[in-house]
Design a protein around this ligand. Structure first.
Ligand code: ACO
Length: 332
């Protein structure tokens, strides 16, 4: 069974409530119908009830049995606004501001997750990554013991000789523009944990750079060296190594030449990029030129699962990310 089918089967085994704040949008409506009919998740659509019902009719979607939450009329809105005010008053948010902000479906849905009225949230067909992350960072915040929210892509490669039978995790390709060494170490550890929990494989994490084992000297290389050392000190039980060039990380013959002593070189199944420019460009190169499937970005480090979509996403992409979010909620 392929990875996505496995996620759907797991999601069905313990149904989770997943909220879609872009509830009036065509692809979200179509995905909601599939998720409901196939019993992959208990979907909640957030938005104007009238608009959701009208659009469902317009697009020929049956939403019978699917919960709609309209922030304008919901009984929860007042309590959520009060809670938002308490959470953000130190940051200058007034009661009146909170009462307005909570009417935004992105904030309303995030508050549903915070209050366990939903187990997870998926959006991004309309909104940008920042629009999803900001309420998440402000309201849901990081899980205990985690300092940094980050993200990874599940890359399903055509060439099964790479990674774990053609599966690899790439991080961070969507959240942290320029992580420092501590943040990079945290991203490496979180992604190793995601590989174990979600992918069920033993992570071999390569900390990528343009240098292998000190072959080049530059402050950018030093950051990756420092991050590697920190990650190794924090989690000696994990296989994390660097700094490695990409070829040394994934090609066995090159790994042997450039970093013979490395337990990871030549066999990496988790790639940690030094910053968001490299990560975002890197995953798109592999997706577009090597024809890999890129599933994500999947967020990690939040106290509750919330995930992003690409604005170019398909109905199927939404169904898949909801299934993964439901499995993350099961693992929490
Ligand atoms: N982990 C934990 N907390 C964080 C993080 C993080 N990675 N980033 C910010 N925060 C905290 C801040 O400290 C702040 O806390 P506070 O308000 O309680 O003090 C809170 O989150 C909000 O931070 P802001 O400063 O308001 O938000 P910021 O402007 O830093 O934006 C964001 C954060 C949205 C993640 C930003 O870094 C961003 O836009 N990242 C890039 C997203 C992007 O465009 N990705 C590429 C496209 S995706 C794709 O191609 C698949």
């Amino acid at each position: 069974m392929d990875f996505v089918s496995q996620m759907k089967e797991l999601a069905k085994s313990d149904l989770k409530k997943i909220v879609l704040p872009e509830g009036n949008e065509e692809r979200n409506l179509k995905a909601a119908e599939i998720l409901h009919n196939e019993k992959i998740a208990d979907v909640i659509l957030v938005g104007s009830r009238n608009e959701i019902e009208e659009n469902a009719k317009k697009f020929g979607v049956n939403i019978e049995g699917i919960t709609i939450e309209d922030p304008q009329t919901s009984e929860r809105t007042k309590a959520y606004a009060n809670e938002l005010y308490e959470l953000r008053k130190k940051k200058g948010v007034t009661q009146t501001m909170a009462e307005n902000i909570i009417l935004d479906p992105m904030y309303y849905a995030t508050m549903m997750v915070k209050n366990d009225d939903a187990h997870g949230m998926v959006s991004g067909a309309v909104h940008t990554t920042g629009d999803l992350l900001r309420p998440g960072l402000q309201i849901i915040k990081t899980a205990p013991g985690i300092s940094v929210v980050s993200s990874f892509f599940i890359m399903i490669l055509k060439d099964k000789t790479y990674g774990e039978n053609g599966q690899m995790l790439f991080a961070d390709c969507a959240v942290n523009p320029n992580p420092n060494a501590d943040e990079l170490a945290a991203i490496a550890i979180a992604t190793a944990e995601s590989a174990k929990k979600l992918m069920k494989f033993e992570p071999k994490v390569a900390m990528l750079s343009f240098s292998s084992y000190g072959s080049a000297k530059h402050e950018l290389v030093s950051k990756v060296q420092e991050a590697t050392k920190k990650a190794q000190e924090l989690r000696p039980d994990l296989s994390i190594d660097g700094e490695l060039q990409l070829d040394a990380a994934i090609v066995e013959s090159v790994g042997k030449k450039k970093a013979a002593a490395s337990p990871v070189a030549g066999k990496a199944n988790v790639l940690v990029f030094p910053d968001l420019q490299a990560g975002n460009i890197g995953y798109k190169l592999v997706e577009r030129i090597a024809g890999a499937d890129a599933i994500g970005p999947i967020c990690q480090g939040f106290a509750k699962p919330i995930n992003d979509l690409s604005r170019g996403c398909s109905v199927e992409d939404i169904v898949n990310v909801v299934a993964i979010t439901a499995v993350q909620a099961q693992n929490q």
